[in-house]
Design a protein around this ligand. Structure first.
Ligand SMILES: [Zn+2]
Length: 149
């Protein structure tokens, strides 16, 4: 029931595995920025191409001089799914919930996967404008999620 879902302080129930930053540090800046409530995307310092997820080299010019840039946190729904079947025991009573693939127009249209906060039964259209939501967890990480703008 949706009311149970809203009883928790997080968008989805507690008990899910915590996300792990990669040991090699490749996505360190993304997680640290999220902790500061900033959304960042990789950008090549040579050719200015955006890319996400993080990679050691630029996909466009193959330079290893790749940095990070803060973006607006506004995007549009490129694709979505309404999840009815729990993929983890902690989600048994949380379905349905919405997973969105968000395209970022101010970052070369790179795409990020996340949860759409709000009523999961509400109609959703491709192209709907969304904005980033930062959900702080007590274990010391922040999730990047989305809400309708
Ligand atoms: Zn490049």
């Amino acid at each position: 029931m949706p009311s149970e879902q809203h009883a928790t302080k997080y968008a989805l129930p507690e008990g899910l595995p915590a996300p792990q930053a990669t040991r090699d540090g490749l996505d360190k800046e993304f997680w640290e920025a999220a902790r500061r409530h900033q959304l960042v995307v990789q950008r090549c310092n040579e050719c200015a191409t955006f890319q996400f997820g993080p990679e050691w080299i630029c996909h466009h010019c193959r330079s290893s001089n790749v940095g990070w840039e803060r973006v607006s946190g506004r995007g549009r729904v490129y694709s979505w799914e309404r999840v009815w079947h729990p993929v983890h025991p902690a989600l048994r009573d949380a379905c349905p919930y919405m997973v969105v693939l968000v395209e970022l127009p101010d970052a070369g249209n790179v795409r990020m996967v996340g949860n759409l906060i709000g009523d999961a039964r509400e109609e959703l259209t491709i192209g709907t404008t969304v904005e980033v939501v930062f959900e702080d967890h007590e274990q010391g990480f922040t999730l990047v999620q989305w809400k309708r703008a």
